[in-house]
Ligand binder design. Sequence first.
Ligand SMILES: Cc1cc2nc3c(=O)[nH]c(=O)nc-3n(C[C@H](O)[C@H](O)[C@H](O)COP(=O)(O)O)c2cc1C
Length: 367
Amino acid sequence: MQIGALHLKSNLFLSPLAGYTNLPFRLTLREIGGLDLATTDLVNARSLLERNPKALKLIETCPADRPLAVQLFGSVPEEMRDAAAYLASIGVASVDINMGCPVRKVCRVGGGSAMMTELDKTARLVRGMVQAVKIPVTAKMRLGWDDQNLTAPDLARVLEDAGAAAIFVHGRTREQGFGGSVNLAGIRAVVRAVKHIPVIGNGDVTTPQAAQMMFAETGCAGVSMGRGAFYNPWIFLHTAHYLRGDGLLPEPEFEERLRVMRRHLALMVEVFGEEHGCRMFRKIGPWYAKRFGPASEFNKRIVKLSSIAQFEETLEHFCTWRRQFLDEAGRLKPNYRPPPLEASFMREPAVADRQEIPVPKGPVEVW
Ligand SMILES: Cc1cc2nc3c(=O)[nH]c(=O)nc-3n(C[C@H](O)[C@H](O)[C@H](O)COP(=O)(O)O)c2cc1C
């Protein structure tokens, strides 16, 4: 697919996950395959212009990490423009603008989803960036502030006129946070609102079938995945395979999960050093463990990780402990297998609703 002048080999994208979508994670995913344009975490435009070491670390990349998008946030047009120009000058493939982050720190300065409420101002900011660079400028947004203010279609239209090359839309409102179901009709409304530019759908895609459903129900040109890639770094490869009509590949075996997790940690250590890389991995390991079956012994130790040697000891201990849950063939016994992943929008509506309603205190059986 095409985003502005950028020709991409895949219509599957990595969504920015602050604290996670760093160089080691992107390389881990790229080595598995199925992904082309990947993005950094969100980066403060002003910090980038000040060459703040933390901001520069966020955009750290290497030749194997191409094509790369950097996500910027900020509300000062000149800063956003100059940051985009700087990124273009160092070979970044595209610049994405964060318009959907519900975090107070981001909204307070007029960035993130606050942008969605001020269309004219936002259009001017985007136009300034587009005029300053030859690379595509894209925007990532939510459906709107809340259910009464589904502004994404209007915003997408305005951004297209301002020269944005693509829209990424997370099918939830700011008010929803990360709860409730992804609204595919809301994404479809954004697809219909723009004339030419691609709209990339996002939210809760954790399986190839969910990606296919998002394409089919919304008419989007691409699908972007965040948390799904953390549970399952094979998701891009498997989804591309499935969308080509080549069937569903089996979930990776435990040994393959260990191999990829080990590689991820090795890259973390390469990029951040052993001590800091291991410390950061304390919150990454448990994501892998979500698909291990029983993993309390792993999780208990990984949160104290401080060296590669300790990681290997943890794995050795965990693999021994885990044997009690295996059958003679070395596979998890059926009652210990993690349940299949399921996107919120693929659940039966009645089940999804039931899950949203808190169970009241009291004699439930007579109510
Ligand atoms: C830990 C975490 C960090 C995130 N950081 C960012 C971010 O930096 N920029 C952004 O636009 N969205 C961010 N998001 C939102 C995701 O990009 C994505 O829109 C959302 O998680 C829904 O997609 P998913 O279900 O595929 O994860 C973040 C989400 C999570 C869970």
